[in-house]
Design a protein around this ligand. Structure first.
Ligand SMILES: O=C(CCCl)NNC1=[NH+]CCN1
Length: 325
């Protein structure tokens, strides 16, 4: 089988939500290559936490007795609950008995984002949080039945993009796809990024260890790289109250170039202009921030909306393919 599903941006492209049939209900889920749990708001979620969300009704599923899950994300958000097996359909691709993690508790970030009905993890199943036995991601459940064991991400700035499962649609990218091998030891789509450049500078240095993470909004890079970037932004400064680099919204940001698999990709300065910090619209928060304390770089949506990405398990070593959109 193969299929395509829309990835609809929230405000400021903070995350991208995709319609997914879970049991007999269609929910809008955040496809997240940085985690491996498929969890949903449900009729088991306290009303005080689930108002405004579409809810999975576990009555259509088979309860996995004694199974629980509890996940925390890099941004401090989290959720926990119980586990059911049920039908999940993404863009016409069906997992007949997918582990569906029904939330009995969610953090405030999820409670408040009423467009988001849960997450569909697309990292490696090794980091699934279900106890006493880790469960397969949706991709792992259907991988063997896909025309090709791969999926692609084509996210866009302020417009609907797509995730495709089982095939590469050559109309969605330009030029050739350049591949890098993935290190799955930490359960992420983790690889080594090469040199970088700011604006019209020449590509040099090394970004290093990084993950491709559709579930993270911004780009988190080494301090040296981030300082080199904002040195080219006159009004930029590190604002500890905002927790990162801010600048005058009226200032045009330079492009950021990164070399992956021997090819250089350009993230436009307009894409790096993330969002105003308040309703005055004077000060803006940058889409490139420091990876301090994370232990690796994260190429999140700010980067991913500039490229077409292949999450490829056609070979014994998984790999990532990057092409310009
Ligand atoms: O948690 C992470 C970072 C992994 Cl290093 N990404 N995925 C995600 N989902 C919701 C917020 N962030």
């Amino acid at each position: 089988q193969s299929g395509e599903v829309a990835a609809n941006p929230e405000q400021y492209d903070e995350s991208y939500l995709c319609p997914v049939q879970v049991g007999q209900t269609t929910l809008n889920l955040d496809f997240d290559t940085g985690s491996a749990d498929l969890w949903v708001f449900s009729t088991l979620t306290p009303k005080s936490e689930s108002t405004g969300h579409s809810l999975y009704n576990p009555s259509t599923g088979t309860k996995k007795s004694g199974y629980t899950w509890d996940i925390s994300y890099g941004d401090g958000s989290g959720a926990s609950g119980t586990v059911y097996a049920d039908k999940v359909v993404v863009g016409g691709v069906t997992a007949t008995s997918q582990a569906v993690e029904a939330a009995t508790s969610v953090s405030s970030q999820f409670e408040q984002d009423t467009d988001n009905d849960g997450l569909l993890g697309l990292a490696f199943s090794s980091i699934n949080t279900v106890e006493p036995q880790a469960q397969k991601t949706f991709f792992d459940s259907v991988k063997g039945s896909l025309a090709k064991p791969l999926f692609t991400a084509d996210l866009k700035k302020g417009a609907a993009g797509t995730y495709d499962f089982g095939y590469i649609d050559s109309s969605k990218y330009t030029g050739s796809i350049s591949y890098v091998n993935v290190n799955t030891a930490n359960g992420f789509w983790e690889f080594t990024a090469s040199g970088y450049a700011v604006g019209s500078g020449s590509v040099s240095g090394s970004v290093g260890d990084a993950i491709a993470d559709t579930g993270t909004t911004l780009m988190y890079l080494p301090t040296t790289v981030v300082q080199a970037y904002y040195n080219k932004v006159d009004s930029a400064d590190y604002d500890s109250n905002q927790g990162g680099y801010t600048y005058d919204c009226s200032e045009n940001l330079p492009n950021f170039l990164i070399s992956l698999g021997g090819k250089t990709f350009t993230v436009s300065g307009t894409d790096i202009n993330f969002a105003p910090v308040d309703s005055s619209g004077e000060t803006c928060f940058g889409g490139i921030q420091e990876n301090t304390g994370i232990g690796m770089s994260i190429l999140g949506d700010i980067f991913l909306k500039s490229v077409f990405v292949v999450f490829d398990q056609t070979q014994s070593t998984p790999r990532l393919g990057f092409a310009a959109q």
